[in-house]
Design a protein around this ligand. Structure first.
Ligand code: E4P
Length: 215
């Protein structure tokens, strides 16, 4: 399972990279706004830091022609750019054109398994079901991920399932058990995965006992 970091903040990306488990980054307009920097600045920083790993950058156009134009410009920035396109009618039309040109697409704002079926047919590289936002309205987000896994396996779609809007480590565990290909996390959640109180207690005891060993 690949771990992407869900942020546009370069300091967070550097910290995650140091942890040794970072496989890519997903940004969105809200993440970019939170940096206080221009889109161009943010993109330059990230693409300098990550030259191999997939970096998702989102379009803001909402019509097919506009999405295609913006996506081509973003894709030209670097070979590891993945263009995030919203899962709307115009977005799916654009995905079809772009995927045929070899542009890598992340179908974002996916909230149903049927939307996921459509974007796979349109050639998306990744589909992003937003599990935490579904949970927040009383709909079990991970149920959608399970359905998407089954549909993609039934028809051998190569679109990767990228679990998004993740809120806690339990989401990571459930996504891994289902067999999601990728999960995108906030730095805080990624760091939580490393923690267990018994590891800390155990280490403390080992180090204490080590002091009793004749040197
Ligand atoms: C994914 O690519 C999105 O950027 C992200 O997971 C959105 O999640 P949020 O609900 O935390 O904003």
């Amino acid at each position: 399972m690949k771990f992407f970091l869900d942020t546009a903040k370069i300091e967070e990306i550097r910290r995650a990279k140091e942890l040794g488990v970072l496989d890519g980054v997903t940004t969105n307009p809200s993440h970019v706004a939170a940096t206080g920097k221009t889109f161009r600045q943010v993109v330059d920083e990230i693409l300098t830091e990550l030259q191999e790993e997939p970096v998702s950058l989102e379009v803001v156009a909402t019509d097919k022609e506009g999405i295609v134009k913006e996506a081509r410009e973003l894709a030209r920035l670097a070979p590891n750019v993945v263009v995030k396109v919203p899962t709307i009618v115009e977005g799916v039309k654009a995905m079809k054109v772009l995927s045929q040109e070899g542009v890598k697409i992340n179908a974002t704002l996916c909230f149903s398994s049927l939307q996921a079926l459509l974007v796979a047919k349109a050639g998306a590289t990744y589909v992003s079901p937003f599990v935490g936002r579904l949970d927040a309205i009383g709909h079990e987000g991970m149920g959608i991920v399970e359905e998407i896994r089954q549909i993609y396996d039934n028809y051998d779609f190569s679109t990767e399932i990228l679990v998004a809007a993740v809120r806690h480590p339990q989401h990571v565990l459930e996504a891994a058990l289902i067999g999601a290909d990728v999960i995108t996390l906030r730095l805080e959640t990624l760091e939580q995965l490393f923690q267990h109180p018994l590891t800390d207690v155990g280490l403390e005891r080992f180090l204490k006992d080590w002091q009793k060993v004749p040197q």
